[in-house]
Design a protein around this ligand. Structure first.
Ligand SMILES: *[C@@H]1O[C@H](CO)[C@@H](O)[C@H](O)[C@H]1NC(C)=O
Ligand SMILES: *[C@@H]1O[C@H](CO)[C@@H](O)[C@H](O)[C@H]1NC(C)=O
Ligand SMILES: *[C@@H]1O[C@H](CO)[C@@H](O)[C@H](O)[C@H]1NC(C)=O
Length: 696
C-alpha cells in the first residue's frame, strides 16, 4: 500500500513537472585542451599544420535536462568533431560514477568543428593519418574534459525552465559551393531566401528564480576563420563567441570558470563558410572559376577570406556577430517556454548495407542503397577555406591514371564500388581497406533527443544546408504525424558521436565538389539518413522499441601511434627554466601589445588542464597579485618554439594585448610549465617578468 502510494506520488509529481515545464537542469564546463605543440590539427588535413601554442583553450560544455523520469545530456565540445571511441570512453567513465544514467541513447556529444585543435583522436585510420596515427594525449584530454563537464552539470542540477527563441543573423556566413546548391530543384530552392540558413536557434536554461544558468545557440558556420597557416590552438569563431558571451554573463570570472555556460554548437554547416569576402584568386584578385574553385586551373590560388584584414580579425568579427545576436535572443520577449517530456532514442546503422524504398517525383517506386565508404578525387582538392596539398581541383568527375595507380596499391575499386559511387571518381576506396585497420566507419550512430517541443537530431557528420533542411523537415513532419505538437522544432546537432565526413543532397553530389566527394556512402547517403531518422522519430514518439543495431568496431586496442614522445628538456647554459629572456617594456599604454620570452619546457610534458601556461597579473592595493588573464583569453597568445632539438632547448613567447578598459597600475606576466629531466621525471617550473606600468 505504502509502495503504491509512493509510485502514485512520483507519477503525479512527474506529470506536474512536465506539464508545468519544470525540469531539473544542470550545466558544466571543463577544459579539454589537447597538446599545445607538435601535434597536427584536425580539420584541414594538412600534415604540417602542427600546434605551436595556444590562443584560445578548448572547452567542453555540458547541459543535462531531466523531466523527473527521463534524462538527456547535450555536450558541445571545442574539437574538430566527435568520435565513436571518445564517446564510448566517456560513457564508460560516467558509468563508473553514475551507473547507467548516461548511455549512448541519451548522451549527445557534438563537436564545434574548430579546425585549429589537435587531432589523432578519431581512431579510424584515414582520419588520423595527418597526425601520424592515434595521439593518446589528445584523446585523453577530450575524454577527461568531456566527462568532467558532464559530472559538473550532474552535480549542479536545480529546478528550472527552458525557453526557445530564433532569430535571423545576416553577414556571418556564405555558401562555399553555391554551384552545387543550384543543382537542387528550383521549387525547393524557392522556398528559401538564402543558399545557407541564417537562423540562429537558441535554448535558454533558467533556474526556478528565472535567472539564467545556461544557453545553447545553434548557427551554421564552419569554424574556419582561422586558416590552415595557423598553429595556435583555438576554438575559432564559435569558441570565441562562447568566451565573449560567458564573459559578459559571468562578471569578473576568468575564462572557463564562470557559473553560466554558453555554447555555440554546430549544425548543418557542411557547405557554409565564415569567409564572407568569398573566394578570390590570390594572384589577380579576380573571382575564381565557380565550378572548380581554381585560378588558371590551380586550386591553390583560389582562397576565401574575410570579413577582416587578417584571420584573427575575421575570427573576431564573426564571433562578435554571433555573440551580439545571441544576446539579443536572450533578451527576446518572444521566447517560448518548452514543455513536455524528455525522451531519447538511438540506433547504430550499417550504412553500406542499407536498401531504402523511395518514390520518384514521377511516381515510380524504386530502391536506393548505401555504398562502402569512399572518398572522391575532389576530396583531395580541399575547399576554398583551406585548399589541399596535391594540386587537385573541385568538381573532378573523371580519373587520372597516375593517381589511380597509387590508389590501386591500396585497394582497386571493384565494378560494384564504381557503379555504387557514380559519378564520384574514387580516390580512396576506404571501405575496402583494412590495413592496418578500419579507415572510415561503416556503422554510424543515429540519435534523437526530445525535450518537449524540441527535437535534437544528432547526426554523424557535416550536413550541407539543403541536406539539413530536408532532414529537419522530414523529422518534423513525421513527429507531428506521430502525435507531437504542431509547433515541434527540429534542430540538427552537427558532427555528433561518430564522424563520417559530409552529407550532400543527391543533386549536389552530382557536381562532385569537395562536399560531394566527401559524402562517403554514395549519392543516396542523405536519402538513407532521412528514412532512418524518420523511423527513429516515429518510434520515439510512439514509445516503440527499435533494434539497437550492429555495434561499431572497437579500434582502441588496434590503434597505431607514430607521434614521437618528448625526450627531454634542457634550459641551456647559464639558464634555468622560467628565466625571462625578454622583458616587457617598463611602461605600456592600454591598447598596445607587450611581449615576454621565457626559457621553457615542452608543453606536452603537462597540458596544464584547468590551469594555464601564463597569467597576466595586476598588483592590488593590498599588495597581492590578482590574475586578470590566462592563456584562454583572446588578448593573450602563448607560442612555443624549439630552439635546439639536440639539447632539447625551447622558448615560450607570451603576448598580451592590453585591453582598452584595463586599469592603469603595476602588472607582471607569469609563465608556468614543466620540464622533462634528461634522466627522467617531469618537474614544474615557473618564472615571472619584472613588473611594468600600464598607463592610459
Ligand atoms: C591565412 O591568413 C593570413 C592572414 O591572417 C594570410 O596572410 C594568409 O595568406 C592566409 N593563408 C591562407 C592559405 O589562406
Ligand atoms: C533492395 O530491396 C529490394 C526489395 O526488397 C530488392 O528488390 C532489391 O534487389 C534490393 N537491392 C539491393 C541492391 O540489394
Ligand atoms: C521515372 O523517372 C525515372 C528516373 O528519372 C525513370 O528512370 C523512369 O523511367 C520514369 N518512369 C516513368 C514511368 O516515367
Amino acid at each position: 500500500m505504502r509502495k503504491k502510494l509512493l509510485v502514485w506520488i512520483i507519477t503525479l509529481s512527474t506529470c506536474l513537472r512536465t506539464t508545468l515545464g519544470l525540469y531539473k537542469i544542470g550545466v558544466g564546463i571543463a577544459d579539454c585542451t589537447g597538446p599545445a605543440a607538435e601535434v597536427t590539427f584536425m580539420g584541414y588535413g594538412k600534415s604540417n599544420q602542427k600546434g605551436c601554442g595556444i590562443h584560445l583553450r578548448q572547452f567542453s560544455r555540458a547541459f543535462v535536462i531531466d523531466d523527473g523520469s527521463q534524462r538527456a545530456a547535450f555536450v558541445s565540445v571545442d574539437a574538430g568533431m566527435m568520435a565513436y571511441g571518445v564517446r564510448k570512453a566517456v560513457i564508460s567513465r560516467l558509468g563508473k560514477q553514475y551507473k547507467d544514467v548516461y548511455t549512448e541513447s541519451n548522451l549527445i556529444l557534438s563537436g564545434t568543428h574548430t579546425h585549429s585543435a589537435p587531432g589523432g583522436f578519431l581512431m579510424d585510420f584515414m582520419y588520423d593519418i595527418p597526425s601520424l596515427g592515434f595521439v593518446k594525449e589528445t584523446f585523453d584530454a577530450l575524454v577527461d574534459g568531456i566527462t568532467r563537464s558532464v559530472v559538473r552539470a550532474h552535480e549542479n542540477m536545480v529546478d528550472g525552465k527552458i525557453f526557445i527563441t530564433t532569430g535571423e543573423l545576416i553577414g556571418a556566413n556564405i555558401n562555399r559551393s553555391p554551384m552545387s546548391y543550384l543543382l537542387n530543384p528550383k521549387e525547393e530552392r524557392e522556398k528559401y531566401k538564402y543558399n545557407v540558413d541564417k537562423e540562429m536557434v537558441q535554448l535558454k536554461l533558467v533556474n526556478s528564480a528565472n535567472s539564467l544558468i545556461g544557453v545553447i545557440s545553434w548557427f551554421p558556420v564552419h569554424p574556419t576563420s582561422m586558416n590552415n597557416t595557423n598553429c595556435l590552438i583555438t576554438s575559432d569563431n564559435v569558441g570565441y563567441a562562447s568566451v565573449l558571451l560567458e564573459k559578459s554573463l559571468n562578471k569578473n570570472s576568468l575564462v572557463g570558470q564562470g557559473r553560466i555556460v554558453a555554447a555555440f554548437a554546430s549544425t548543418n554547416l557542411g557547405d557554409v563558410s565564415p569567409n564572407t569576402k568569398g573566394p578570390r584568386c590570390v594572384t589577380t584578385g579576380e573571382e575564381c572559376d565557380v565550378v572548380s574553385s581554381t585560378c588558371d586551373g590551380q586550386a591553390k590560388f583560389c582562397v576565401a577570406a574575410g570579413p577582416g584584414e587578417d584571420m584573427f580579425e575575421s575570427t573576431k568579427i564573426i564571433a562578435e556577430k554571433l555573440f551580439e545576436k545571441s544576446k539579443i535572443l536572450l533578451q527576446s520577449s518572444e521566447a517560448k517556454e518548452v514543455t513536455g517530456p524528455v525522451r531519447h532514442i538511438h540506433q547504430y546503422v550499417d550504412m553500406p548495407s542499407q536498401n531504402v524504398t523511395i518514390t520518384l517525383p514521377n511516381g515510380t517506386i524504386t530502391h536506393v542503397t548505401g555504398c562502402l565508404p569512399a572518398m572522391g578525387y575532389s576530396f583531395a582538392a580541399g575547399t576554398t577555406d583551406g585548399v589541399g596539398e596535391f594540386g587537385f581541383a573541385q568538381g573532378t568527375r573523371s580519373t587520372n591514371s597516375h593517381w589511380d595507380t597509387l590508389r590501386d596499391l591500396l585497394f582497386k575499386p571493384t565494378e560494384e564500388d564504381i557503379r555504387c559511387q557514380h559519378p564520384k571518381p574514387i580516390l580512396i576506396n576506404a571501405g575496402r581497406i583494412s590495413i592496418p585497420y578500419q579507415w572510415q566507419p561503416r556503422i554510424v550512430s543515429t540519435q534523437i533527443v526530445q525535450v518537449g517541443e524540441v527535437l535534437l537530431i544528432a547526426v554523424p557528420g557535416e550536413f550541407t544546408t539543403m541536406s539539413g533542411r530536408r532532414l529537419r523537415n522530414g523529422v518534423q513532419e513525421t513527429a507531428v504525424r506521430s502525435g507531437a505538437s504542431p509547433g515541434t522544432k527540429a534542430i540538427i546537432t552537427g558532427l555528433s558521436n561518430v564522424y563520417t565526413s559530409y552529407i550532400t543532397t543527391p543533386e549536389e553530389y552530382q557536381m562532385q565538389r569537395y562536399e560531394g566527394a566527401s559524402t562517403i556512402y554514395g549519392p543516396h547517403t542523405l536519402t538513407i539518413y532521412i528514412e532512418k531518422y524518420k523511423q527513429l522519430t516515429k518510434a520515439l514518439l510512439k514509445g516503440e522499441k527499435l533494434d539497437s543495431g550492429p555495434l561499431p568496431a572497437d579500434l582502441s586496442q588496434r590503434v597505431i601511434s607514430l607521434q614521437p614522445r618528448v625526450m627531454f628538456d634542457t634550459p641551456g647554459l647559464m639558464h634555468h627554466f622560467g628565466d625571462c629572456l625578454l622583458q616587457p617594456p617598463k611602461s605600456a599604454r592600454v591598447g598596445s601589445k607587450v611581449r615576454a620570452k621565457f626559457v621553457s619546457g615542452h608543453p606536452r610534458n603537462n597540458l596544464m588542464t584547468e590551469k594555464t601556461f601564463l597569467t597576466v597579473e595586476k598588483l592590488a592595493d593590498n599588495g597581492k597579485w590578482i590574475v586578470l588573464a590566462t592563456d584562454a583569453d583572446w588578448e593573450t597568445k602563448f607560442t612555443w618554439t624549439r630552439t635546439s632539438t639536440l639539447i632539447g632547448g625551447s622558448e615560450a613567447t607570451i603576448e598580451w594585448e592590453i585591453p582598452s578598459d584595463a586599469t592603469p597600475g603595476l602588472y607582471r606576466i607569469h609563465h608556468f610549465g614543466h620540464f622533462q629531466h634528461i634522466f627522467g621525471g617531469v618537474h614544474p617550473y615557473s618564472g615571472a617578468t619584472d613588473t611594468f606600468q600600464v598607463t592610459k
